[in-house]
Design a protein around this ligand. Structure first.
Ligand code: NAP
Length: 322
């Protein structure tokens, strides 16, 4: 039996429940491709799945869906970037050696050397060719932050000249949302904490407000779109005030409204904008595979700047030319 290294979640609990183990290498079916994973991410969703630290009302349906005492797929992880190592006889979108990135959806399994994926989009994930000008680690930021930012920003039907406020501009989705909103022609007000103001200006935001300072509320204008990228569990006085800071037809969109759509078309669009230099994915820290516990502890603190990536396998050089 061929084996691979993987991080498994032995039960719901603190970061220490994660263990590195040799597991069976997956064998692709005829309609699947086998991906050698080079990088993954630690996201808030991973923290949520590992800790199961949610109100009882939601815990029961979640555990029925994911697993009663531990995740049904003990290898967690939803984001991957890597290389196609094998293509099933009924697949046609990819060839061996293609560099891809994507999300696994409910099937999880990205904290491992290998993952089998269907080519077609489903609740079990989506994948696409990754941008040629970024590293595998940056690609994980682009896949997760990009899909979230694009889906929820596009709900706002932004037109050139619109005023857009991005609440939580320094996270994985926020950093991409600021850049995408600028690309769509909006005037962007970004909201972040004191330590990230200069960094967010460097992403192109026209104005930056500090959510930790009450006085910031007085600088709010009327926006065509307010996008909350931090989710419903995190708030501030400024966020509460944003609800009323809308034009007559203005929209308030929370990143927690509805499920993330796993769409390879959208990944293709993200690839295009990254390759043309319009959007740059941001990584805060990159951890090695065996530092997964530290990485989970860091993300759990809630103040990462962009994405936290995990190098699963090392491949040099990390970028390729056309
Ligand atoms: N709809 C779906 O299916 C779906 C799927 C996945 C995730 N999500 C949601 O997406 C959210 C965003 O994930 P993400 O990884 O992009 O975010 P993130 O990177 O975890 O966001 C971290 C950022 O949030 C900022 N922050 C923390 N508390 C804040 C507050 N009270 N007000 C303003 N900013 C605050 C921090 O900035 P400072 O350091 O400056 O405080 C930090 O830079 C998740 O938490 C989840 O709710 C939804």
């Amino acid at each position: 039996m061929e084996t691979m290294k993987a991080i498994i979640c032995t039960k719901y609990g603190p970061p220490e429940v994660l263990k590195i183990k040799q597991c069976k290498k997956p064998i692709p079916r005829r309609d699947e491709v086998l991906i050698k994973i080079y990088a993954t991410s630690v996201t808030n969703s991973d923290i949520f799945i590992r800790s199961s630290n949610i109100p009882l009302l939601f815990m029961i349906p979640m555990r029925l869906m994911i697993g009663i005492n531990r995740p049904r797929n003990p290898i967690i992880g939803e984001i991957f970037s890597g290389e196609i190592e094998f293509t099933g006889s009924e697949t046609e979108r990819f060839k061996v050696g293609d560099r891809v990135y994507g999300l696994t959806g409910f099937s999880l399994g990205a904290y491992a050397d290998y993952k089998c994926m269907k080519e077609i989009d489903s609740k079990q994930g989506c994948l696409a060719i990754m941008p040629r000008n970024i590293s595998f680690e940056e690609a994980t930021s682009a896949a997760y932050g990009g899909l979230l930012a694009f889906q929820y920003l596009e709900r706002g039907d932004i037109s050139p000249g619109h005023k857009v406020l991005i609440y939580g501009a320094s996270g994985t989705s926020g950093t991409i949302a600021v850049q995408y909103a600028k690309h769509l022609g909006a005037t962007v007000t970004a909201v972040c904490g004191s330590s990230n103001i200069e960094f967010i200006k460097s992403l192109g935001a026209d104005k930056v407000l500090d959510y930790t300072i009450n006085e910031s509320i007085t600088y709010l204008e009327k926006y065509d779109l307010v996008m909350d990228t931090v989710g419903k569990r995190k708030t501030s006085e400024l966020k509460k005030a944003c609800v009323d800071a809308l034009t007559i037809n203005g929209k308030y969109v929370s990143i927690d409204d509805g499920a993330l759509l796993l769409q390879s078309d959208r990944l293709n669009k993200i690839t295009e904008l990254i390759e043309s230099g319009i959007i740059k994915p941001v990584n805060d820290r990159i951890y090695h595979f065996d530092q997964i516990i530290e990485a989970h502890k860091y993300v759990e603190m809630g103040h990462k700047k962009g994405n936290v990536a995990i190098t699963v396998n090392k491949k040099n050089p990390t970028t390729v030319t056309a």
